[in-house]
Design a protein around this ligand. Structure first.
Ligand code: SF4
Length: 412
């Protein structure tokens, strides 16, 4: 279907899911591009109007937008920057305000901003928001799942680089399937992924401790800003479980259902509950072809995760803090031997999580925990801290294995 707006949409790159969002717009007939991933030039770009005290994701996305606007062929009057926003205490709600000002300063007043909010579960993007959301949902679940496979297989591959190659081809296939209309096309690509991973040669004779990576959504998914933390953990002997991107989408649905109920908007409440059921149904459908290859293929429901955080923080506080705490508990429950909290420097939700961590750890059998703050500077002591953390996780892993073994002998 052709959308009414023929302008070109540009999306700052956050992670590979950004390509799915662009492909979903393409499927609806709208030209859309994910900007190139940030790099050193994004970080050191001479950006007028920022103090460099802003959050790292803000600096990187803003630089990428300005860099894009300076490319030859960029037509301000025919361009839209897509920048979601949010209500609440976090600074994310101010990104688009700052970026608007900065683009004006650079003389790009004609560039339009398209904003949609987590506060209404991102309703209102595009001229066919329902279709767009369905495309993003299927494609997003597929990329989350492909990343789970990548992280569960890469540390054990016998031929270095093979898992990355499968991931890259799988990603391109999912993007193309999304552009072509999504649905069963995406499910077919998951069947393709199943065949690739089934035949991938791995050696699991030496299992590794599972390391959960939680934290601010942009940072934990953006390999440039987190200095490729997942590969560093793998190089240090761990296997990573990354908190998926789609948990945020499920959370916004859960949050909007609560809001509509509290404000007596019962029609919207029922629609949102049905949306929640539909999201769970699609999650099962998309994951089904590869479910047998993953240890824990399905996401714990947001409701269940947020119930578990009650002793530490009221879920109604919102922000990413509630999800990070819930995910840390969830990961520990499903076998993680350590948690890394990836934090942008001065990030408010991440600081809340870090403050609650000691109580949380005490209740989780003192699970090793590492807060890593990223501000765009390469930290000299990061490797040392990671090595010490990995040593602790190995000890924790061995202790837990021993405890489970003893329990099995006792019950046999
Ligand atoms: S979550 Fe943290 S890094 Fe992201 S905008 Fe909010 S304060 Fe900044």
């Amino acid at each position: 279907m052709q959308t009414k707006n023929p302008k070109t949409i540009y999306l700052p790159y956050m992670c590979d899911h950004s390509y799915i969002l662009a492909a979903s717009f393409n499927a609806l007939g709208t030209p859309a591009y994910a900007l190139p991933p940030p790099d050193d030039e994004s970080l050191h770009f001479d950006l007028r109007g920022v103090t460099k005290k802003e959050c790292l994701p803000c600096i990187l996305t803003t630089s990428d937008i300005v860099r894009c606007s300076q490319q030859p062929g960029f037509e301000p009057s025919n361009s839209i920057i897509l920048m979601p926003t949010a209500n609440g205490p976090c600074r994310f709600g101010q990104y688009s305000v700052l970026q608007r000002d900065i683009l004006n300063d650079y003389g790009f007043q004609e560039v339009e901003f398209s904003m949609s909010s987590a506060g209404n579960a991102y309703q209102g993007f595009s001229n066919d928001p329902t279709k767009l959301r369905k495309l993003v949902l299927d494609g997003g679940i597929a990329v989350d799942t492909l990343q789970k496979l990548l992280h569960e297989y890469r540390p054990y591959e016998l031929t270095i680089g093979q898992t990355d190659a499968i991931y890259q081809e799988g990603l391109q296939r999912i993007i193309t399937a999304t552009k072509n209309g999504g649905g069963n096309l995406v499910i077919n690509e998951m069947k393709w992924a199943a065949r690739q991973f089934e035949s991938l040669a791995v050696d699991r004779s030496e299992p590794r401790p599972i390391i959960g990576v939680i934290g601010e959504i942009y940072l934990r998914h953006n390999t440039y800003s987190n200095q490729d933390i997942i590969r560093k953990v793998e190089a240090a002997g761990g296997e990573v479980r990354l908190a998926g991107l789609m948990e945020w989408i499920y959370f916004t649905t859960w949050d909007y259902a609560n809001l509509t109920k509290e404000t007596g908007r019962y029609y919207d409440f029922v629609v949102t509950k049905l949306t929640d059921l539909y999201q769970k149904y699609r999650e099962h459908q998309v994951i089904k072809p590869v479910a047998h290859l993953l240890k824990y293929p399905h996401e714990t429901s947001v409701g269940e995760m947020l119930n578990s955080i009650q002793p530490y923080l009221d879920p109604s506080q919102g922000t990413e803090a509630v999800l990070s705490i819930g995910k840390a508990i969830d990961l520990a429950k499903y076998g993680a031997s350590g948690i890394i909290n990836a934090m942008p420097f001065s990030c408010m939700p991440s600081i809340i999580v870090s403050g609650i961590a000691p109580r949380l750890r005490a209740d989780l059998d003192n699970i090793p925990w590492l807060d890593v703050i990223f501000d765009g500077q390469a930290s000299t002591n990061f490797h040392t801290r990671l090595e010490a953390f990995m040593y602790q996780t190995t000890q924790y892993y061995r202790r837990e294995e021993l405890r489970i073994k003893k329990l099995r002998i006792k019950n046999s």
